[in-house]
Design a protein around this ligand. Structure first.
Ligand code: PXP
Length: 236
């Protein structure tokens, strides 16, 4: 059974929409842990649209499982991550205008920067994962650059339907077995939901799935009934 890392960025996104103090992503992280999450994932974006530095520090201090920090290849974020000392960092591509991470990191284009940055984390005992497309070439280069893990991008798989999705699943499976043969930890994530996750979770050797959007979306309806009832009670 793969580990489940729950991404709580969306909780911070709701808070930042109003700049209130709630909902608190730390509180969410603690609920996720209590419910069985094996780790908490957060993405400190360069534009700080959801998670803030303060959230990272508070979450790191209070959670009992492990912290996976998603981050772009930026000097500023790298310096912060080295100080934060999460258990894992997952290096992702980042564009200002995107709604969420779109596609895997181009490890070929960023080879030079990765060569510099990966050892900084490794020396501190922080595991490095690269969020990449399910391609053998990208996996082989990730290994060469000293990554401990790869997180295979499942966004395209999640968006496809029927035969096209089945084909993408085969590509992910092939890449998965190649990554394992290279001695890399195998993770996957993006766009995974209550319908499309089982085939990915069944991939042999899958270490961890990082899931955010679908879990937080489900939580809205799992909790909306109670939220309205409690407000009605208050009014009476
Ligand atoms: N893995 C990575 C590398 C991501 O960037 C994200 C989105 O922040 C996720 C997993 C989670 O994706 P989703 O919110 O679609 O479940």
């Amino acid at each position: 059974m793969p580990l489940l890392g729950v991404n709580v960025d969306h909780v911070a996104a709701i808070r930042q929409a109003r700049f209130t103090s709630y909902p608190d992503p730390l509180e969410a992280a603690l609920v996720c842990e209590k419910a069985g999450a094996d780790g908490i994932t957060i993405h400190l974006r360069e534009d700080r649209r959801h998670i803030q530095e303060k959230d990272c520090l508070r979450i790191k201090k209070k959670i009992k499982t492990k912290l996976n920090l998603e981050m772009a290849l930026s000097r500023e974020i790298t310096n912060f991550a080295l100080k934060l000392h999460p258990d894992d960092v997952c290096i992702v591509p980042e564009k200002r205008k995107e709604l969420t991470t779109e596609g895997g990191l181009d490890v070929f284009k960023h080879e030079k920067e990765l060569k510099k940055i990966i050892p900084l984390f490794s020396k501190k005992g922080i595991r490095v994962s690269l969020f990449i497309e399910a391609s053998e070439k990208a996996i082989a280069l990730s290994k060469k650059l000293g990554a401990d893990a790869v997180e295979l991008h499942t966004g395209a798989y999640a968006n496809l339907r029927g035969q096209s999705r089945a084909k993408e699943l085969i590509r992910i499976k092939k890449a998965s077995s190649f990554a394992l043969k290279q001695g890399l930890l195998l993770n996957a994530g993006h766009g995974l939901d209550y319908d499309n996750t089982p085939p990915i979770a069944r991939i042999k050797g899958m270490n961890e799935l990082n899931i955010g959007h679908s879990i937080i979306a489900y939580a809205v309806f799992a909790g909306l009934d109670r939220a309205v009832r409690d407000m009605k009670k208050l009014l009476s």
